[in-house]
Design a protein around this ligand. Structure first.
Ligand SMILES: *Cc1c(COP(=O)(O)O)cnc(C)c1O
Length: 370
């Protein structure tokens, strides 16, 4: 049996006609830059996320970058974030000239440990970027409390968490801004790159809109420097189709996760994901912790099962950040997660046979003599 980590062809088969029609309609209009589908998607995502406004941008990375730029964060500033995330989170902080300051994660959720944030605040700190990793939101109440106390912006990196909730509140709706990614492997994925920034502050949304278009307002008049961070009309049209399926797809991922949890209940070596009782995860990834992780991954590959390691090297250990002065051992929980975590196939179209096969092969691996 073959079980890929993700099967986008299975998803496309179901929505092919609708997506093709949406693409054709943009082709007929020839309005490729900031066409009407972009503002239509912005309205839909703002509403979906319980936010006052949304601004379509060129990627999740550019959502973070444009947010930092628009909030005026740069040279001499510090931004607190997690070392256990996709590179873009810290890369964006670096690119505006600010300094990423890392805080270790909670071992249960893989998200930033809110009890360690305050100790990392200095008089240069301007913002906190919590990442809602793998589809579960970070501990927002405590993060917002720390941010209020020190007058910091909160930029939610919700690239993996569109539609997730924390105590009933949607990802992106709590911080100063929330950043989504439409990278094809995200729960709401485009057919190319794309992203969105959501916020409750309509005046800020206005400035974000200028930022994504070279800081221009009116056209050809620039009070500050932005960039070309625009979302393509074609992507917006495709995403409008896919958005209608998002909740259904995320519910299927949750059902698949529940099935795995059940099947792993008697497997001592497998630590299944912890979701806090007040959180609803969208399971962008289903990540287990196991001993002999690399050996297991090779074994599963041999059996036709795709897996991935998110992330093999914590950001404080990356060569490009050497000048920040961090060293191995600085963030033990992040480093342990990097050594033990393994993402299993969780996509909505998985069959029960496939899930059972994955679980059986993992059980088989651990029941062999090591
Ligand atoms: C995917 C992702 C990003 C970047 O999104 P792109 O659209 O690929 O630029 C940022 N942060 C996290 C946590 C992500 O998973």
């Amino acid at each position: 049996m073959e079980v890929p980590l993700l099967d986008l062809k299975a998803q496309f088969a179901r929505i092919k006609d609708e997506v093709t029609a949406a693409i054709h309609s943009v082709l007929e209009s020839q309005r490729f830059i900031l066409g009407p589908e972009v503002s239509e998607l912005e309205k839909a995502i703002a509403e979906y996320s319980n936010c006052a406004a949304a601004v379509g941008v060129s990627s999740g990375t550019d959502a973070l970058l444009a947010s930092l730029m628009t909030l005026g964060i740069g040279q001499g500033d510090e931004v607190i974030t997690t070392p256990y995330t996709f590179f873009a989170t810290a890369g964006s902080i670096w690119r505006v000239g600010a300094k990423p300051v890392f805080v270790d994660i909670e071992p249960e959720t893989f998200n930033i440990d809110p009890t360690k944030i305050e100790a990392a605040v200095t008089d240069k700190t301007k913002a906190i970027i919590p990442v809602h990793l793998f589809g579960q939101m970070a501990e927002m109440d405590l993060i917002v409390e720390a941010a209020r106390k020190y007058n910091l912006f909160v930029i939610e990196d919700a690239a993996q968490a569109i539609g997730a909730t924390y105590k009933g509140r949607k990802a992106g709706s709590i911080g100063t801004v929330g950043c989504f990614s439409f990278f094809p492997s995200k729960n709401l994925g485009g057919m190319g790159d794309g992203g969105m920034i959501v916020t409750q502050d309509v005046e800020l949304a206005d400035r974000l809109r200028q930022c994504r278009n070279h800081g221009s307002k009116p056209k050809y008049y620039h009070k500050w420097v932005g960039g070309n961070f625009r979302l393509d009309t074609l992507q917006a049209a495709i995403l409008l189709v896919k958005l209608r399926y998002l909740d259904d797809w995320s519910a299927k991922r949750r059902a698949n996760a529940a099935r795995y949890n059940e099947l792993f209940a008697d497997v001592e070596e497998v630590i299944t994901p912890t979701i806090r009782e007040y959180n609803v995860s969208i399971y962008n990834q289903y990540v287990i912790r196991v001993p002999r992780r690399d050996e297991l991954q090779a074994y599963l590959k041999d059996k036709g099962i795709g897996t991935a390691i998110y992330y093999p090297l914590s950001l404080h250990e990356q060569e490009c950040f050497k000048s920040l002065g961090y060293k191995k051992g600085d963030f033990p929980e992040s480093e342990r997660a990097a050594a033990e975590s393994l993402a299993l196939p969780i996509y909505p179209e998985l069959t029960d046979e496939q899930i059972q096969y994955v679980a059986t092969m993992i059980k088989e691996f651990f029941s062999r003599k090591s």
